[in-house]
Design a protein around this ligand. Structure first.
Ligand SMILES: CC(=O)N[C@H]1[C@@H](OP(=O)(O)OP(=O)(O)OC[C@H]2O[C@@H](n3ccc(=O)[nH]c3=O)[C@H](O)[C@@H]2O)O[C@H](CO)[C@@H](O)[C@@H]1O
Length: 400
């Protein structure tokens, strides 16, 4: 039975890694616009972010939004170790109990989950309390948690239509919605010279953005280290290496190079999506400045690369269905793909597939231009708004 709604609160939930947090924040920003035109009764719509205890989302939400944050215990339920599994299960039971208390106190009208294990306890509690839920799948192939959540959610939204059959949903099902991936609006139509000045780079020499998703990618970092001199002889690099300590040996590798090449290298463990100051480097500005990207193919790349019309060499992380994300862009002419295991080949690093792909694209501005146009054609600038409207109408229905 639905609770008697005194409030007009909507919960946003997603966590574990950045890819589950940024889409929720993009929807929060769109909700700020949309909610002015939609009435949920007397009370103004308010948003609360629910994330996992100790996850990276608490820091991101505090830095990049004004949203109040509430934490729940959550853990992965996978692997073969029975002790770890039991511990994970106990955490989830505690999380669900705490989520029920949270729902009792906040009385939300609807919940949007953007993935990560923290959605599981919240959605289980929501089901038992009759709060409507919407789960969003950013990837082409769903993981276990999203599959399970899609079964209990009121609505399932997906980034691309190809994902629907993998969730057992039809295109015209009343429970399904294809929205695209919500990205921050600042990514579209950036001014390149302004972005270049944030990184203090030379606008006349091509700029390559290297990043490995929200946690970095060691194999990409190793490959860049092996190719550092050869790459810097041809382009400038913005390298976002992750916070796992790779910065130390990457700095060392760079310090062995001549000063002229060192001046072309910018290394960061992490770049905030946006910064308070308009002169500091940010991830958004990195997309605005790059001529080419070398990156993993996490779900965000399906939207952020098109939003920035940025051609890419994609290196899918082998264990989590990133190949299918990469294929989506490659088949549409927006990117090329290099296998993680084959980055450097078996002889000289400069003879391997990564260097071959990057130099071919650097030497061929026309091909880059064609890829950029094909990428741009895939952009869905309305995705955040679409999701915002869907969660608001779920909330409006639940109160009527
Ligand atoms: C290893 C792993 O399990 N990866 C999964 C995880 O990736 P992950 O959480 O890394 O997600 P994505 O690669 O999709 O997104 C990373 C996000 O972080 C941002 N960013 C990244 C680095 C940085 O310094 N600053 C910054 O702002 C990017 O612009 C992007 O918005 O969730 C995704 C969404 O379900 C999946 O597709 C990925 O397969």
């Amino acid at each position: 039975m639905a609770p008697p709604f005194a409030s007009s609160t909507i919960l946003l939930c997603g966590g574990g890694t950045g890819g589950h947090v940024y889409p929720a924040l993009a929807v929060a920003a769109a909700l700020d616009d949309v909610k002015r035109t939609v009435s949920l009764g007397q009370a103004p719509v308010s948003l609360v972010y629910v994330g996992s205890e100790g996850g990276m989302e608490e820091r991101i939400v505090a830095r990049e939004s004004q949203l109040p944050f509430r934490a729940l215990p959550a853990a992965a339920l996978r692997g073969r170790n029975p002790v770890a599994l039991m511990r994970g299960l106990a955490t989830m039971v505690a999380g669900t109990r705490m989520a029920r208390r949270l729902l009792t106190s906040l009385q939300p009208r609807a919940i949007l989950g953007t993935g990560g294990y923290v959605c599981v306890p919240l959605f289980l509690a929501a089901r038992s309390k009759g709060v409507p839920t919407m789960i969003y799948l950013p990837d082409v192939v769903p993981g276990l948690a999203v599959k399970m959540l899609s079964r209990i959610a009121t609505l399932t939204a997906v980034n691309v239509e190809d994902a629907l059959p993998r969730l057992g949903l039809e295109r015209n099902s009343a429970r399904a919605l294809v929205t695209g991936y919500p990205v921050r609006s600042e990514l579209f139509g950036q001014d390149r010279p302004t972005c270049v000045s944030r990184f203090a780079l030379d606008p006349a020499l091509p700029i390559v953005l290297v990043y490995g998703g929200s946690r970095g990618a060691r194999s990409i970092n190793r490959a860049i280290a092996a190719l550092l001199r050869a790459l810097l002889e041809r382009c400038q690099l913005i390298h976002v290496c992750g916070r796992e300590g790779d910065e130390v040996w990457l700095k060392e590798a760079a310090s062995a190079l001549p000063q002229t090449l060192q001046a072309r290298y910018r290394l960061y463990p992490y770049l905030e999506a946006k910064t308070d100051s308009t002169s500091e480097p940010s991830m958004t500005a990195a997309f605005g400045v790059a001529d080419l990207s070398i990156c993993r193919s996490g779900a965000s790349t399906l939207a952020e690369l098109p939003a920035a019309a940025l051609p890419a060499v994609l290196v899918p992380y082998p264990y989590v269905h990133q190949d299918e994300n990469a294929d989506y862009l490659v088949e549409r002419g927006a990117a090329v793909k290099v296998a993680d295991a084959a980055l450097l080949g078996s002889h000289q690093p400069e003879e391997g597939p990564l260097f071959a792909a990057v130099t071919r694209l650097l030497d061929n501005p026309l091909e880059r231009q064609r890829m950029a146009e094909q990428s741009r054609a895939l952009a869905r600038p309305d995705a955040a708004r679409h999701l915002a409207e869907a969660v608001l109408s779920l909330a409006a229905r639940s109160g009527s």
